[in-house]
Design a protein around this ligand. Structure first.
Ligand code: ATP
Length: 251
């Protein structure tokens, strides 16, 4: 006869457990401590068992700029996440993985197909990027396809979040007006979409800051993980003329 602990261990092995999974998209040029703070806060609040960091080949708002090569951004993600079991660098939008431009909705659908039937997926994004969501390819479908975790920053209201939605998904004007004075917080529950606001991340680090510090030869210790700082130094990234442009990806 099995002791109760043994039986429950066997049952636990047979029944696949559902998992909450985060998809964190960004340029990650480079990944920094702000990104890791976002991932940790999201993992804790939404019980995320895994978070995939998905570097974009090239987001549309950066097409005029020079972006570091995909393989360098991916390598830095691998180094930054090496100590966190549930944080995984993803090649889902790697240039070699696609023979055409990849949209966020395609990436999300590919992850959903690969996930277990009872797994729950969340798309993690900063509020600055979320402000453009209505312009993304098939944004209404995307918002219906996956719940969003939007990382807020001071100064944004719940009305800003509602205003950013494609027109057809926006709550009625009277509701939006009532949100005008409430800071972005809590959850905006729409008919087929949930937008959760994560307001506990207080990191002010940005990739722009890291690139500036690196090009000025300053210490990166405050901004990035030690292995990432070493990689930037070793590969000479972010020096004048050191950044290369990539072929495109679109939201
Ligand atoms: P850049 O300075 O080049 O614009 P970034 O630091 O915003 O870059 P991204 O790769 O564009 O880095 O960020 C991916 C996502 O993470 C974006 O949606 C962004 O808004 C969010 N994000 C980045 N840094 C922070 C931070 N310190 N706190 C909260 N969200 C952040």
């Amino acid at each position: 006869m099995l002791a109760s602990g043994g039986a429950s261990a066997i049952i636990a092995r047979r029944i696949p457990l559902s998992m909450n999974i985060g998809l964190f998209g960004g340029t990650f040029d480079p990944v920094h401590k702000g990104h890791l703070a976002v991932a940790r806060a999201a993992a804790e609040r939404f019980q995320l068992g895994k978070i995939y960091f998905i570097p974009a080949s090239m987001p549309p708002h950066r097409q005029e700029e020079r972006i570091t090569a995909f393989h360098d951004r991916y390598a830095m993600l691998a180094l930054a996440t090496v100590g966190e079991k549930g944080f995984l660098p993803s090649l889902a939008e790697a240039p070699a993985e696609q023979d055409h431009l990849s949209f966020t909705i395609d990436t999300v659908r590919r992850f959903k197909q690969a996930a277990g039937r009872s797994d729950h997926l969340f798309f993690i994004i900063g509020i600055d990027a979320f402000m453009q969501v209505a312009n993304w390819h098939r944004s209404e479908d995307l918002l219906r396809e996956i719940d969003f975790i939007v990382v807020s920053r001071p100064g944004f209201s719940m009305a800003d979040v509602a205003d950013a939605l494609p027109k057809s998904l926006r709550p009625p004007p009277a509701v939006v007006k009532a949100f005008r004075k409430s800071p972005a917080k809590g959850t905006l529950a729409l008919r087929n979409t949930m937008i959760h606001i994560l307001d506990e991340v207080k990191s002010a680090v940005s990739a722009t800051q890291v690139r500036r510090a690196a090009s000025g030869g300053k210490s990166l210790a405050r901004f990035v993980e030690p292995l990432v700082a070493e990689y930037i130094k070793k590969m000479g990234l972010y020096k004048a003329g050191g950044r290369r442009q990539q072929a495109g990806q679109k939201h």
